[in-house]
Design a protein around this ligand. Structure first.
Ligand code: GLN
Length: 309
């Protein structure tokens, strides 16, 4: 097995030199300002080691990667009842598709496309003011990362609120089907804020460890969720974590992953590693272009795959 530290350093150098970096998301104006040259990677291993390369300590907008954490919280709150309001099938459509929601009568295909994540956020709002729900989500992520400096970038949240017309349409449409219990603007307010959580690759890799280790934090041994639930979240990440690019990601990389339009990806090698990568330029499916490529190369170099014997 090659030395992981050497592999990461070589990959970071290779990625820094590549000109084909994809397009930075500009539909959220604040994200459009990010330098596409940025690249970071962090790998948290089972034995507690953390290996990093590139801009691994620079916070970026985790965007849809936050949907893993809200799903985890919502399952803790309502359990399998969640599946009455959200499906578990890959969408095969863009993450903000409106036409699919009409076909499926207001029941989103899965919890990782925007409509599904807005329903999940609506579940977390029950019994809370939006401010409390946002605080609960942020504290959960800080707890997982074992780092209280994880924060919500208010400028990114405001930028998305000012331009999030498609998400407003999705939320209103679901409300018309009685699949939203709160006013669309309240659910969206919480949604935009959790998407605006800012973390570094190092913090994100730490926060994914519970998924790599059967629902347990490897540093404390404490259980965050049951092993069964961790497996199910990983199954959803594999099948739905990259939207209409999920099949290709599974084919190329072979591990569960979740992307965000900020250019981050959290990848999990069960029992072995929690990996966070960040490169802001996106491919045609809205997933980090170099992030996907570097995960493919890393998995190949280390022989990491959930399909390996
Ligand atoms: N906040 C973004 C949106 O709603 C999240 C999308 C993403 O990261 N794919 O459009």
């Amino acid at each position: 097995m090659p030395d992981l530290e050497t592999v990461l350093a070589a990959l970071a150098e290779e990625m820094a030199a590549r000109p084909d970096r994809g397009e930075v998301a500009s539909y959220i104006p604040q994200l459009g300002k990010i330098d596409p040259q940025r690249f970071g990677i962090a790998v948290a291993l089972a034995d507690g080691r953390m290996l990093v390369a590139g801009d691994a300590d620079e916070p970026f907008s985790i965007q849809s990667i936050s949907k893993i954490f809200t799903l985890t919280l919502a399952l803790g709150k309502v359990g399998d009842a969640l599946w009455r309001r959200v499906g578990r099938e890959p969408s095969g459509n863009p993450f903000n598709s409106i036409i699919q929601l009409e076909h499926e009568r207001g029941i989103p295909r899965n919890p990782f496309i925007n409509s599904g994540a807005i329903v999940v956020t609506d579940v977390l709002l029950a019994g809370h003011q939006p401010r409390e729900a946002i605080g609960e989500i942020l504290r959960f992520v800080q707890f997982l990362a074992e780092d209280d400096t994880v924060f919500i970038d208010k400028d990114v949240a405001a930028s998305e609120k000012a331009t999030g017309y498609r998400n407003v349409a999705l939320a209103n449409y679901m409300r018309a089907f009685d699949n939203l219990n709160h006013a669309p603007e309240l659910a969206l307010g919480v949604y935009f804020h959790h998407c605006a959580i800012a973390m570094s690759c190092r913090q994100l890799a730490l926060s994914g460890r519970f998924l790599a280790h059967g629902g347990k934090s490897p540093s404390t041994g404490h259980s965050v969720i049951s092993p069964e639930r961790a497996r199910r979240i990983l199954a959803l990440m594999l099948t739905c974590g990259h939207y209409d690019g999920s099949g290709d990601f599974a084919f190329r990389v072979g591990i569960p992953g979740k992307s965000g339009v900020g250019g981050g990806i959290l990848g999990i090698v069960p029992g072995i590693a929690s990996i966070a990568v960040w490169s802001p330029g996106l491919n045609e499916n809205g997933n980090s272009r170099l992030g996907s490529i570097v995960l493919e190369k890393l998995a190949k170099a280390m022989d990491w795959s959930i399909f390996a014997p």
